[in-house]
Design a protein around this ligand. Structure first.
Ligand SMILES: *[C@@H]1O[C@H](CO)[C@@H](O)[C@H](O)[C@H]1NC(C)=O
Length: 349
């Protein structure tokens, strides 16, 4: 007969021998991250592969942050287990994707001389439509290229609150399913969404036609259950941050940006200064603008007097600054940082 204490000793020996020779210091952090973002993997092999991607991203984050680049931070966001290629394929969605996986360019971008020298004296120094109750909680497009719908919906929610005093969360899924000019999760443009809502004489609520994160059959009866209607929309003059500022002082504005790089994927807060291109691939919404105070958060970081746009994204509230990104304004190029001034538009009511 084996004594229980001996059995225990035997078991401990077996366990110790089966454990890896050196514990992976990142594994615990990765598992905490998995818990935080509700991540589950199919098997141990996939988990190991994701851990290696996570490791490379964490190294990137730490190297970037230690250089103190431009006053913003990277973090192990909810996209930290994706390679940049995977991230680009999943999380964008401006413009219909062609078979080659490329985004087709918008048919016309009207370029006008730079408006950086515009007269801003009659505009407030800062505007935050969130403080005025014109911005719904941050939403999450999931793995669906429906950013165009989220961008347009946020602009419509904004103008409706400003005109009618009521914040009504509106349906992206109605646009994804029913706008036949766009191609649902395979992409679209905000102008197409506005044109759909004009033709349909309105858009229903999020509650009535909730988001699914995938293409579905258009629920035709709900097309008639309109909650908010628009009378038209305006394309802001391209390449004029002055015109964008004037528009954003009046209401939230749909804009397009290049959000494909790893610095968007891993953005953790602060005034974003790039790098990025002006090849537009993502729709977001400007919900205000401002300027950094002298060391506002007292951490000695950031540059005082830095002008920024307040941009609402649709990647959930865990990304960036509670789902928002502050993007440098008047960064020096007429097209704006990441092309933010290339394709702005806003709905009329
Ligand atoms: C806005 O611009 C798009 C092209 O980018 C164009 O198709 C659309 O007709 C324009 N709409 C208005 C109202 O000017």
């Amino acid at each position: 007969m084996v004594r229980p204490s001996l059995l225990l000793a035997l078991l401990i020996t077996v366990w110790v021998c089966a454990a890896p020779a050196r514990a992976d210091p990142l594994l615990e952090r990765f598992e905490r991250w998995m818990g935080r973002h509700g991540r589950l993997y199919a098997d141990a092999g996939e988990k190991q592969r994701r851990l290696e991607v996570y490791r490379r991203n964490v190294e990137l984050v730490e190297r970037f942050n230690s250089m103190g680049n431009g006053g913003y931070r990277l973090a192990d966001t909810r996209f930290a287990d994706l390679t940049n290629e995977e991230f680009r394929a999943k999380m964008l969605g401006l413009g219909p994707r062609s078979r080659a996986g490329r985004t087709t360019a918008p048919s016309t971008v009207i370029r006008v001389a730079s408006g950086l020298a515009g007269d801003f004296s009659d505009l407030p120094k800062s505007v935050d439509w969130r403080e005025k109750g014109a911005v719904a909680p941050v939403k999450n497009q999931g793995e669906c290229g429906s950013c165009w719908a989220f961008s347009a919906v946020a602009a419509m929610e904004g103008v409706n609150q400003i005109k009618n005093g009521k914040l009504v969360s509106l349906s992206e899924q109605e646009l994804v399913d029913c706008d036949t000019v766009a191609v649902g999760c395979a992409g679209g443009y905000m102008s197409w969404a506005f044109e759909f809502v004009m033709k349909n004489r309105g858009l229903t609520t999020e509650r009535n036609y909730p988001y699914q994160g995938m293409n579905g059959a258009c629920q035709k009866p709900k097309l008639k259950e309109s909650a908010v209607a628009i009378s038209g929309y305006v394309n802001v003059t391209a390449s004029s941050e002055a015109d964008l500022l004037r528009a954003a002082a009046a209401q939230p504005v749909s804009v397009a940006v290049d959000a494909g790089s790893f610095v968007w994927q891993l953005y953790g807060g602060g005034v974003f200064t790039g790098p990025c291109t002006t090849e537009l691939n993502h729709g977001v919404t400007v919900v205000g603008y401002g300027e950094t105070q002298e060391d506002a958060d007292g951490d000695g970081g950031g540059t005082p007097g830095q002008k920024y746009w307040i941009v609402k994204n649709s990647w959930g509230p865990e990304w960036g600054e509670a789902g928002y990104i502050r993007m440098q304004r008047q960064a020096g190029a007429a097209d704006g940082l990441c092309g933010i001034a290339l394709l702005p538009s806003y709905p009329l009511m």
